[in-house]
Design a protein around this ligand. Structure first.
Ligand code: ATP
Ligand code: MG
Length: 234
């Protein structure tokens, strides 16, 4: 079942158009990987879904309802989380304080949600009183995911989770992305490491100049000679 759908979306900055009649859909249990060259508009897609940009045209639907143009604080309450590429945790706060920050928009008791996350991600439990700045890059990324999960989103938008990480650490982060998905959260992920990103994904979209150049099952994209030549570095 489709949980998130973009239909003919145009969007941009000032009077510069970036997204050009972009359409894509995410199912409730999927991981989708969005790849494409620098400047293709990948981050702009996530920002438009999360309400940081207002679509100029077209429709963004979450569970069948139009959300295009709603404010991020509304969208986060509706059930969409966003993990930006950088500065996605507060280094001077502890793990636990970061998690509490992630839950500030909740009206109910945070303790059971935090405990649930500690059960799922024991490394965070062990370090709950440590400052986020003391975590490794991979652990920090996991904390950023967990922080977004405090709102128990149905959809998580993740921008380049492996950026700047060593290959082994990136593998850990991709395993964490899968773990988040297996907990019942659909994921729309942007990834510059297209091979590894597609490897853990169900489907992929190749974005070029603000529009979808290719899409399909992740395995099929990895095997597609043109996609490989144009976007996967041979
Ligand atoms: N805040 C902004 N103001 C003006 N133009 C912007 C802004 N952010 C991005 N752009 C422009 O929009 C286009 C798409 O940017 P976007 O960040 O979505 O690309 P991307 O596919 O995520 O690229 P990358 O792989 O480098 O992260 C680029 O030409 C970029 O320069
Ligand atoms: Mg980007």
């Amino acid at each position: 079942m489709t949980v998130l759908e973009l239909d003919g979306v145009d969007a941009g900055y000032g009077d510069v158009q970036v997204l050009d009649s972009l359409s894509m859909a995410l199912d409730t249990d999927e991981i989708i990987c969005l790849i494409g060259p620098n400047g293709a508009g990948k981050s702009t897609v996530l920002k438009t879904v999360f309400g940081l940009l207002e679509p100029w045209a077209g429709s963004v639907r979450f569970r069948g309802e139009e959300i295009g143009g709603l404010a991020p604080e509304t969208i986060v309450r509706e059930g969409i989380g966003y993990v930006p590429q950088t500065e996605n945790v507060f280094g001077s706060l502890t793990i636990e304080e970061n998690l509490r920050m992630g839950g500030v928009a909740r009206d109910d008791d945070l303790e059971s949600v935090i405990d649930g996350l500690y059960d799922r991600f024991p490394v965070l439990d062990e370090k709950r009183r440590a400052k986020a700045a003391t975590l490794s890059g991979g652990q920090r990324q996991l904390l950023a995911f967990a922080r977004a999960l405090m709102m128990e989103p149905e959809v998580l938008l993740i921008d380049e989770p492996s950026a700047g990480l060593a290959p082994n650490t990136a593998d850990d982060v991709f395993a964490d992305v899968r773990a988040v998905n297996e907990g019942g959260t659909a994921i729309l992920m942007v990834e510059q490491n297209a091979h590894k990103g597609l490897d853990i994904s169900d489907r992929g979209y190749v974005l070029d100049q603000g529009t979808v150049a290719y899409d399909g099952d992740a395995d099929a994209l990895l095997d597609n000679p043109e996609v490989s030549r144009l976007y996967l570095g041979g």
